[in-house]
Design a protein. Structure first.
Lengths: 585, 178
């Protein structure tokens, strides 16, 4: 293992530079090896980060508005911005960021370029058009002169109705992501034809299992939008069943969080050990984890509907049991990530029970951001266990606790990981050295502190019963009693935390913008894309792990068990009833 | 496939934790009797609620507080609509301390939420469905009712009150328009 030295994290490995006959060294970064794929990654990340900037600005306005610190928009517009914040961050920032990350990981690990430029153009175009339609319709709600709006929030529960173009945009974004998945599978097929007996490379394995999970789970929202909401918003059908459509949404609405999380896990498993100065602990266990997510992610959606009338408690209990077993792959990931970091730290000279932590490269932005996002995710995991507890959930359902939770998961585990890995990846897909390195080194800490302030206060506010999704959580009839701290102190923490998070987002975008505009192409970049082999490799593991067809079959079977009867109950009285006409009509 | 000893231990401990979590929920259900909102409330035509034709339905009465037909406890029928609870917003809902209160909550228009702030009395209010659940209040006091699901541009104004009063002061005609 010539390149396996722990100290070459920032050195040029032989993989990355080749020496020609005249003695000059030529860079072989990702952009040099796979220029087509690198371009796709750049486009995806560009759109993702643009959505991130707008969504983060909306987030700042909301944090200041709902805490009463600074209000300059009418409260009715708060919901327009909240819809924009949810859709731009949870759907656009994530989906484009993931598409870019997966394009890189799949290409890198298979060593195969994207196979069809037509397919690439199709999925990029479809996703972009969907984004423009959905975001445009939402923003139109800010202007009275434009007769379109989509003030329906990220969950768009009917009978609240958005303009039809909002639903069309959301559908196109998802269809585009399906086509992106098809492109990854074409790369895989090409690789397989040349390697009939080899184990699927780990990163590609992760990409493919995640996309399979995505295909299964997006079916719910696709049916909801295409079969029900688009015809209903166009007036072709008069009513829809709010409980049925809501159930179809949550069929998708929980696995979507794993669609956000698994790309972060991909980075934690394959990139973080290297950035720590070591290597992955176990390849087979990583495969087991991704298989578990593929089969268990979808039959859990009813845990978002614990407080819904019209769904028998037994179905909720089944979903809860599945949900708790989903803890297993995340707990295994916790072990592997910490073990890999400790191994890296000891390779770097760290020692002691916890003293090794000091040997990690906390000054490097990519490492620091990913490691901090993992720490925050652990906290988010614990609040998630409360959410999952069927009867404990009644205390915090739809309170500020819930956004407090998911700003740790999608809002940090995913978002901060994507930002941090960009400090490492963007130089490789642009060939430009990272600019404003000092700003980048500080940025993960700003995000971390901002999130600690905002999230702890949101969790505690939830315990007091302060609701989420509300422009002014202050009522004439009564006041909230804080369980720990005071309501005023929580508001201040949320406002300061939200402001710091916005500053963190702006710092990240400044680094990306500076790298894009001021970085010289073909510069000597400080990082390399080499990923060392795991301590325990794939060859030791059962081949059945790579049998994707089998796992899809198991996943579909579990979905049928969890959803078959409840859906039958709901449609037994007619798919459109009990029905509701749109509001506003 | 080689699995490290520590990893096996961790795997085992994780499974124990998961089973223990499920155990606590089961205990909560059969021990203290924490019940879920289920499908017992049945369905209702949203147009009926909107028009107030409660004569047409046998599983929902005109909004208000009633003595239960079996003489034990009270039934509270609540209709949520943009942006009020009836009863609850215009006048507080009054229920007696120490008796079983069965709530029946539905909506005339969009999806709403119904939460007594700071307690686990919490349900979604979905068009076409009746949320039905039992609560026994052991102490007198005043609770805020919050609509916790976004229901339109005036959502943040949608709130109400529930008063738990001693049985001696309780009067079923209070708080209802029946």
């Amino acid at each position: 293992m010539a390149t396996g030295h722990p100290d070459d994290t920032d050195a040029y490995s032989e993989d990355e530079y080749v020496e020609t006959e005249d003695g000059t060294r030529h860079r072989r970064a990702f952009v040099d090896r796979y220029p087509d794929a690198a371009r796709i990654v750049r486009i995806c990340l560009g759109i993702s980060f643009a959505a991130f900037g707008v969504g983060a600005l909306f987030g700042l306005i909301q944090a200041l508005h709902r805490t009463g610190v600074f209000r300059f928009i009418p409260s009715s517009d708060y919901y327009t911005l909240l819809t924009g914040h949810g859709v731009l961050l949870a759907l656009v920032f994530t989906t484009f960021g993931i598409a870019g990350l997966f394009q890189w990981a799949n290409t890198r690990s298979l060593g195969v370029s994207p196979q069809s430029s037509t397919l690439t153009a199709a999925w990029l175009g479809t996703m972009t058009l969907g984004t423009l339609l959905a975001a445009g319709t939402i923003l139109a709600g800010l202007f009275d002169s434009i007769p379109a709006s989509a003030d329906v929030l990220f969950t768009f529960y009917p009978p609240l109705k958005a303009h039809p173009l909002f639903y069309v945009g959301a559908a196109l974004l998802i269809v585009g992501s399906w086509l992106a998945g098809a492109s990854y599978f074409l790369q895989y097929r090409e690789w397989r034809s040349a390697h009939p007996d080899a184990r699927i490379p780990l990163q590609s394995f992760m990409v493919l299992t995640t996309m399979l999970m995505w295909y299964i789970s997006t079916l719910g929202v696709a049916v909801e939008v295409v079969v029900f909401l688009i015809p209903w918003s166009l007036g072709l059908i008069q009513q829809v069943d709010p409980l049925l459509t809501r159930t179809l949404f949550w069929y998708f609405g929980h696995p979507v969080v794993y669609f956000w999380l698994l790309p972060a896990y991909l980075i934690w498993y394959t990139v973080l050990p290297k950035l720590s100065g070591g290597r992955l602990f176990s390849d087979p266990l990583a495969r087991v984890v991704f298989v578990l997510f593929l089969i268990l992610s979808t039959p859990v959606g009813f845990h978002h509907q614990y407080t819904d009338p019209g769904i028998a408690s037994g179905y909720k209990f089944v979903a809860m049991t599945n949900t708790f077993f989903l803890l297993l792959p995340s707990l295994l990931t916790l072990f592997t990530v910490v073990a890999s970091m400790e191994y890296g730290a000891r390779q770097r000279g760290g020692s002691g029970y916890l003293g090794w932590l000091k040997a990690l490269p906390w000054e490097k932005p990519a490492f620091a951001g990913i490691a901090l996002s993992g720490i925050m995710f652990a906290a988010g995991g614990f609040s998630g266990m409360i959410n999952a507890g069927m009867n404990i959930n009644y205390l915090i359902h739809n309170t500020l606790w819930v956004p407090g939770h998911f700003h740790l998961t999608v809002g940090t585990a995913f978002a901060l990981t994507l930002m941090a890995v960009s400090y490492w990846l963007v130089p490789q897909v642009t060939g430009k050295r990272l600019q404003l390195y000092g700003v980048a080194s500080l940025q993960p800490y700003v995000w971390f502190v901002g999130m600690v302030l905002m999230s702890n206060a949101m969790h505690r506010a939830g315990l007091a019963g302060i609701p989420r999704r509300t422009a002014e959580p202050q009522y004439d009839q009564f006041s909230f009693q804080a369980v720990a701290g005071s309501v005023g102190e929580m508001r201040i923490q949320i406002a300061i935390g939200g402001t710091l998070l916005f500053i963190g987002a702006a710092m990240f975008l400044a680094v990306m913008l500076a790298t894009w505009t001021m970085g010289k192409p073909n510069s000597q970049i400080r990082v390399n894309g080499f990923i060392p082999d795991p301590m325990s490799g794939a060859t030791d593991s059962p081949r059945v792990l790579d049998n994707l067809k089998l796992w899809v079959l198991v996943a579909v079977l579990l979905v049928a068990l969890a959803y078959g009867l409840p859906l039958f109950d709901m449609v037994a009285d007619g798919v459109l009833s009990p029905g509701s006409p749109p509001v506003p009509a | 496939m080689h699995v490290h000893r520590f990893e096996k231990l961790w795997f085992g401990a994780s499974l124990v934790l998961i089973v223990a979590f499920i155990g606590t929920i089961v205990y909560g259900a059969i021990g203290p009797g924490v019940a879920m909102v289920g499908d017992d409330g049945g369905t209702i035509n949203a147009a009926t609620v909107s028009d107030g034709d409660f004569e047409e339905t046998d599983n929902f009465r005109s909004p208000g507080v009633y003595e239960s037909s079996d003489g034990e406890g009270v039934d509270v029928y609540i209709v949520a609509r943009q942006y009020l609870f009836n009863p609850g917003t215009a006048q507080p809902i009054e229920v007696p301390r120490g008796e079983e209160v069965t709530f029946h909550v539905t909506t005339a228009d969009v999806t709403h939420g119904f939460n007594l702030a700071g307690t686990n009395v919490n349900t979604m209010v979905i068009p076409g469905q009746i949320a039905q659940f039992d609560v026994t209040f052991e102490e007198t006091g005043e609770y805020g009712i919050v609509c916790h699901e976004y229901c339109g541009s005036g959502h943040h104004t949608m709130a109400g009150q529930l008063h738990v009063v001693p049985q001696s002061q309780f009067d079923t005609t209070a708080g209802g328009d029946n």
